[in-house]
Design a protein around this ligand. Structure first.
Ligand SMILES: Cc1cc2nc3c(=O)[nH]c(=O)nc-3n(C[C@H](O)[C@H](O)[C@H](O)COP(=O)(O)OP(=O)(O)OC[C@H]3O[C@@H](n4cnc5c(N)ncnc54)[C@H](O)[C@@H]3O)c2cc1C
Length: 366
């Protein structure tokens, strides 16, 4: 059984560590901060393969498979750790404020139904019958009853706890680069100390391209900043995830509403900006006017690991015994269960549940 080093303790690193440790591998997660310090905690936790989809294909298939794994994962993590990751099968409404947007939703609903997926177009009145807090200005909406949400912070905590209980070691340290010999990876350099292993997994999110010696072009995975605002309601105003043309609202059970987000290619700058907050709050109040009175309890920004074709890099990397689990862009929480499964299978030399060809690091540029 291999010993494995995982660079990065986000949702990917923790999920893969859990699956490898359960399979009997000796696993060490190397995290420069604390598990879940970056994008995995900044996210909204929306599990929306249908709403997010750019059309039929391997990415939609991957996302649907991962979404389907969530109910069992939530059960498993509760049994292993006692943590309820707040997986909520709440459904999602995508609202349109004008005819053009409504036509686009109509087209999306049509192709998704043709694929056998549940989706429904409704007029404004029917949408407000489902969610009375929606603005009167909403002309119509697409209802995706199978798109859901999870509390991503609890998810990372549960995954890291379960991985540690299964025998994975978590070590704080900055991986400066890979130790290599010819075209094979031998281990990593952590803060100047060499660590050797039979396999290395890069799960370093937006920082993947900065791992020295990996032969991965830093341009392949780039940071895309997303700002978020948290509002605190005493009584929840709505129960579904709500999307508008300029953002979304995620209602947590305890009355918090996460409002997001921006999409900015501004390098590794993680600041929250006045313009970002203004845009998010304007969107939030346009979708749901009653939110104008809601107290703002927090705000933050995180870096999505962006790829040009919006697909992640999964499986074998450019060096022997090097594996990738990176570039999940805005669907990393959704894709965590399937990524953990297929990347651990690849590391263990098993046939992967999903054909990883479309997600190879050397796929042609789109
Ligand atoms: C605002 C926002 C909203 C989002 N909303 C959603 C959503 O609703 N649904 C969804 O599915 N996805 C969402 N995402 C995307 C999702 O958060 C990411 O795709 C996912 O978290 C990526 O996980 P990761 O483990 O690859 O990266 P990260 O969580 O960024 O983890 C990478 C880790 O690697 C560590 N690291 C990096 N380099 C090194 C090094 N050299 N040495 C040691 N450690 C290192 C970092 O400290 C970090 O902890 C959102 C993202 C953002 C920013």
């Amino acid at each position: 059984m291999k010993d494995v080093l995982i660079i990065g303790g986000g949702v990917m690193g923790c999920g893969i560590a859990l699956r490898l440790a359960q399979a009997g591998a000796k696993v060490t997660v190397l995290e420069r901060s604390i598990p879940g310090a970056e994008a995995s905690s900044a996210a909204g936790g929306i599990l929306a393969p249908q709403m997010e989809s750019e059309g039929p294909g391997p990415m939609l298939e991957l996302c649907l498979r991962s979404r389907a794994m969530y109910p069992k994962l939530a059960e498993e993590l509760r049994e292993l750790t006692g943590i309820d990751i707040q997986y909520l099968p709440c459904g999602l409404l995508q609202a349109a404020f004008d005819e053009a947007a409504l036509h686009r939703l109509e087209a999306t609903v049509a192709w998704q139904k043709a694929q056998g997926l549940r989706a429904e177009l409704m007029d404004g009145r029917s949408a407000r019958a489902l969610e009375p807090a929606l603005s009167d200005r909403v002309l119509g909406a697409a209802h995706f009853p199978d798109d859901h949400q999870v509390d991503n912070r609890l998810l990372v905590r549960a995954l890291s706890t379960a991985a540690a209980r299964a025998g994975a070691t978590f070590r704080t340290g900055y991986v400066r680069g890979l130790l290599t010999e010819g075209d094979r990876v031998l281990g990593v350099d952590v803060d100047g100390e060499p660590l050797h292993a039979g396999a290395v997994v890069i799960a370093a999110g937006s920082w993947t391209g900065l791992v020295h010696g990996s032969r991965i072009d830093p341009q392949k995975v780039r940071p895309a900043r997303g700002q978020m605002v948290e509002l605190q309601l005493r009584v929840p105003l709505f129960s579904r995830v709500l999307f508008g043309p300029a953002g979304y609202l995620v209602p947590r059970l305890d009355g918090r509403v996460l409002a997001g987000s921006t999409m900015e290619l501004v390098g590794f700058e993680k600041q929250v900006t006045a313009g970002g907050l203004q845009g998010i709050l304007t969107m939030a109040i346009a979708l749901c006017p009653d939110l104008a009175d809601a107290p703002v309890s927090s705000f933050w920004a995180g870096l999505r690991p962006y790829t040009d074709d919006h697909l992640p890099y999964l499986g074998e990397g450019p060096l022997k015994d090097l594996f990738l689990a990176s570039g999940h862009f805005r669907n990393g929480i959704l894709l965590a269960p399937i990524t953990a499964r297929v990347v651990s299978e690849a590391v263990l030399g098993q046939r992967t549940t999903v054909d990883l060809t479309p997600f190879r690091f050397d796929r042609p540029a789109r």
